[in-house]
Design a protein around this ligand. Sequence first.
Ligand code: NAP
Length: 254
Amino acid sequence: MEKQNLKTIPDIDLAPDCLAGKVILVTGASAGIGRAVALEMARHGAQLILHGRKVDKLEVLYDEIEALGAPRPSICPLDMEAAVTEDYDALADSILQEFGRLDGLLHNAGILGDKSPIEHYDPVLWQRVMLVNVNAPFLLTRALLPVLKKSEDARILFTSSGVGRTGRAYWGAYAVSKFATEGLMETLADEHENTANLTVNAINPGATRTAMRAKAYPGEDPQTVKTPESLAPSYVWLFSEAARDFQGISFDPA
Ligand code: NAP
């Protein structure tokens, strides 16, 4: 059955300062799509909190954002395979102390796991994929909802995938985790249907030239796949005033 809540982002015309004053946390900002989106958000004035696994990669991005003359970001290293509830609660506390609110949460960090039949899927790897792709977004959302609700106009954006909408052989834990992502988004959006200052949506970036894509399709020429930079304006739009009225939608990029 076709899903009813899919939408393609329209042609967009972003004002240069459309994210000015907005405090936004980007998970998995150290590489790939998250990195490109963080840079584009910074160019549009956002005050960023950069999450990733490794401090050194986040520091390189920090320097690039500072060199743009954008608001100086914060850095938040946390390994989502190892993190526990208290780590997410501590992060929420520190954001509340430093900024008093959070205007945007982009759940972007993710891992592919292995492409293998379910029958042969490594159970340990299955758990790791679920920790990063499902449990971490749940724990982070749970911890941050009170901080997001202090914003006048808060956004949560989950990152989905084509294999999170229609099951596909051999995509194993990754596909199942992205179905869970769609489910978490829809459930949370429905819970906030009448909350004027919080919207919850998802985006499926589609095939994008990153390390994850190269791992999933080792024989593919990366030049045939769109760049993360070309996607970034769609993400910026979803966090801007222009996208305020959407709730519970799973978007495809422009
Ligand atoms: P990527 O290049 O592999 O980047 C993944 C990001 O997640 C990196 O910043 C990585 O940190 C972080 N991460 C991974 N494991 C982590 C952990 N245990 N703790 C904390 N951070 C961790 O992937 P991408 O292609 O940009 O994917 C971004 C999102 O888009 C994912 O949710 C993915 O499922 C989705 N997506 C991608 C495509 C595509 O074609 N690329 C298509 C559909 C959906 P490190 O830098 O330390 O590795």
